[in-house]
Design a protein around this ligand. Sequence first.
Ligand code: PLP
Length: 381
Amino acid sequence: MTNNISRRLFLGGAASALSVAAMGGASSVRAATAPPKAPLYGPAPGIAKLNANENPYGPSPKALKAIMQASQKGAYYVSDSVMKLKSMIAERHGLTPDHVVLGSGSSAGLTAAAIVAGHKGNILGPDLFWDTTAKVVEVQDIGTIKRLPKLESMAIDLKAMYSAIDDSVAMVQVTNPNNPTGMLIDPAAMREFCIKASKKATVLADEAYNELTDNGDANSVIPLVKDGHDIIVARTFSKIYGLAGMRVGYLIAQPERIAEMQRFGIGWYGLNQAGLAAAIASYEDHEFMDFSRNKVKEAREMVYAALKEHGLTALPSVTNFIFVDLGDLNAETFRQEMAKEKVLIRGIYRDYTNWSRVSMGYLEDVEQYTKALPKVLYRMS
Ligand SMILES: Cc1ncc(COP(=O)(O)O)c(C=O)c1O
């Protein structure tokens, strides 16, 4: 399965049949299917976009077909498709649909979880985690993010995290695997932590990259929700499923927690038929997930080999991105130099000035990164 297959399936099949019917003629088909001049919907040709942990091999062929079908009913607000996806997710984990809320990406649910927590107290997290949505409590001035001290290993110190849960903490947030480190917490340690910590505060486990790990089910704490613990698990269709632009994600939690978060507008109004159709068609598409996981592994090997060749090291990633130690080089300057080579990567995180995150994209794009690496390192030396 390649991206070209997906594109042919979409443009050559259902789309052209539709446009012929709607506009009546071959010239209309050409107009409808001609590539847009400005890159409205993705990176321009020649740009290696490796800065947002997307999976460019998606949407899968099944998802594209479903998007075409659902878009024809775009006149109608979403309804049954929401119930369908919630039921599929609930059933897979032995839960009820009341344990699930969908959102426009997992960001919607994560933001609602942060606001709910912010009204009760503070959010506790490691020094480095995907804190974009947690920051809403500081922006709205309703709470603060308490962070653990920086660790040399960049691993999350669960013991220190547990000890730091005091009465001011309403929610503990753990991104697992973590972003930007790409590292996974030992599953047994994570389970033990979640059980203990959730007796003191709500635990939010952001598992956006879970399906990219080798044994996703064993690495997840979703079963603890079934056991009745006060744990919220966030998942998304943006990563392995290759649907970042289709905006579907979900939270799994106790029904009373779900109800609290729904008060902040998630669940229906932020959703769209095309995204839901893509998610429904992708949810159990193991062929596409295996394909994507393998591409990511291949890309990671390419990056690790190139880094080694040029004397650099990186953290051991189980995800579709790698956190690279640039030694004494500045990560923002490195980002700017890479951009000159048409390679887009991330710049500095907080005070991690010599750490640089690169996503795994198309293998050709990853090759563009590995080829640009010696040139940029030479220029910066
Ligand atoms: C750890 C983590 N959680 C959540 C998200 C949000 O993704 P989305 O809103 O597309 O589901 C991201 C995006 O990069 C992420 O890295």
